[in-house]
Design a protein around this ligand. Sequence first.
Ligand code: 13P
Ligand code: ZN
Length: 270
Amino acid sequence: MKNILEAPFMVETVRTLTNLYRLGWAERNGGNLSYLLYDEDIDGYLDTNKIIRNIPMSFDASEIVGKIFLVTGTGKYFKNVQYDPEANLGIIRIAEDGKSCDLLWGYKDGGKFTSELPAHLMSHMTRLKVDPENRVVMHTHATNTIAMSLILGPDEKEFTRALWKMQTESIVVFPEGVGILPWMVCGTNDIGVATAKKLENCRICIWTTHGIYGTGKDLDEAFGLVETVEKAAQLYMLTVGQDRRNEIKDSELRDLAAVFGFDYRKDYLD
Ligand code: 13P
Ligand code: ZN
């Protein structure tokens, strides 16, 4: 077997988590990540016949039985992942019963997957129906996005419009807008169901006063979405309370969509 710590998916995940920490979006154990692995990712790196232990889950994931995910551990700090991936990350396979998973690698100190596993796996189930190539669900405590949610609250149209008007790139990168949940208790099946529902129509879900979920077919895509929303939120926060005389106009957003040729939430513009 080759060294799994050198597998491209592992190297990229560790780099991404380290980046999220460096950006200040993953204080303490804040944030979590799940990455759907394909056979070709783990071939030669992992013996999938060896089950370390079975871990119960609190919800039904029958739809994705047999699928294998790299998942951050609960209570683990993104800051520390690079120094000990095997303690801070785990590779799980959804077991036959759909209500538990088999640990194939990691969580070596006896730990387990993130408390947000319901939101992650339910989001994967939803996104895979919309885009069979989706592989990543990324949750992080992006600072300005949280700050903006303190001001605007959970109105999706208002929030999306504000993000679109801050920078040209926003509507190009997330033309479907952002989904937003009102404050909810995190780590529950309920917030998982609500998050997955939002992700039926978009790839981003903001948890008011908590953080953001971004999805994508690879780590770059999910990360790129999150950082574009966060950048727009930063511009919003840098200019909030000031006379914004040069926001992008609705007509200009329409021109942009026409020239670039993408579809967008037209009902979000006046
Ligand atoms: P975990 O440590 O269980 O992943 O929780 C962190 C978090 O961000 C909760 O929303
Ligand atoms: Zn969180």
